[in-house]
Design a protein around this ligand. Structure first.
Ligand code: ZN
Length: 302
């Protein structure tokens, strides 16, 4: 199979997550769930695609990510259970439809903020670009600070991984961070080369985040749970080990053999069971095997 077609196939398998691949018997994606408190003024709404982080500031409510399309009302209903403040800003962690899908439900003066590459991918998507309310008006390259004091938000970008526009969103007053899909579920991330993603670049981008982001102890995953900084660090070690072991094994071992080598050290990220509400995304084990294959593909590129 041509390399490019294999890569496209791998992405399609992963993007079933985003609802992009219509399959007749695709397992259900859970609906928008109940808002959960992470800290005072900081909440997470699960379901219907990626997690939505809710940050209540004096100037209004900041949302990180807006799930799949048609979930705006459900998101707002959950927000209304904790505050009457209007939504004032949306930060999209990256460009995938399960994270930006309901932006347009929150029209101006709500301001949409993203990394500059994420804006580029959104502009290339006719469904998004045709709707000005969904598009970012403000972008950043490496670092940006929004607000001040208890309301301060720090945005960081450290390079390619899941896509090439993944932002880390930090709430310093709460020692908390929303990681987007650079850290989603307890498994290796989907790599989307069609949006600039790279499994070879991923470990370095993650290691820069570990080194460059101070004073965080709570990490909100892009999908799934609220984790710890230690959990994030272990995940970074896992992704580095996956790339190193795959690089060493290339041409000598199958992807399954490489993945089996990693399992004893990283059992958390290599489970062979389907995770709850993640049934559509395969097992952590199967994702690790996919990412070993993506390493082989990227290394084989001329
Ligand atoms: Zn994504």
């Amino acid at each position: 199979m041509a390399r490019r077609r294999l890569l496209a196939l791998i992405v399609l398998v992963g993007l079933a997550v985003a609802g992009a691949a219509a399959q007749p018997q695709r397992p259900r994606i859970p609906p928008t769930g109940t808002i959960k408190k992470v800290r005072d003024n900081l909440y997470v709404i699960p379901g219907a695609g990626g997690n939505t982080t809710v940050f209540v500031t004096q100037g209004g409510v900041v949302l990180v990510d807006t799930k799949l399309p048609n979930n705006g009302e459900a998101i707002l209903n959950q927000v209304r259970t904790v505050t009457n403040q209007p939504v004032s800003m949306i930060i999209n962690s990256h460009s995938h439809p399960d994270h930006i899908g309901s932006n347009e439900y929150f029209p101006a003066p709500v301001e949409v903020v993203t990394h500059e590459n994420t804006r580029k991918w959104m502009a290339a998507n006719p469904r998004v670009a045709s709707n000005p309310a969904a598009m970012p008006r403000r972008t950043f390259t490496d670092r940006m600070t929004l607000g001040s004091g208890d309301d301060r938000i720090d945005l960081y970008y450290f390079g390619a991984g899941h896509t090439n526009g993944d932002a880390f969103i930090v709430f310093p007053a709460h020692r908390a961070m929303a990681a987007g899909d650079m850290f989603a579920w307890k498994m290796a991330p989907l790599i989307d080369p069609m949006a600039g993603g790279s499994v070879l670049a991923l470990p370095e981008s993650l290691e820069k985040a570990v080194k460059g982001i101070p004073n965080v102890d709570t990490v909100i995953e892009g999908h799934g749970d609220v984790n710890t900084w230690e959990g994030f660090r272990d995940y970074v070690l896992f992704n580095r080990a996956l790339v190193t072991t795959a690089t060493t094994g290339m041409g000598k071992k199958t992807a399954e053999e490489v993945a089996a080598e990693l399992r004893p050290k990283f059992p958390v990220f290599m489970k062979e069971e389907l995770l709850t509400d993640m049934e559509y995304g395969g097992t952590p084990w199967s994702r690790a095997v996919i990412n070993v294959n993506v390493v082989f593909q990227e290394l084989g590129k001329p």
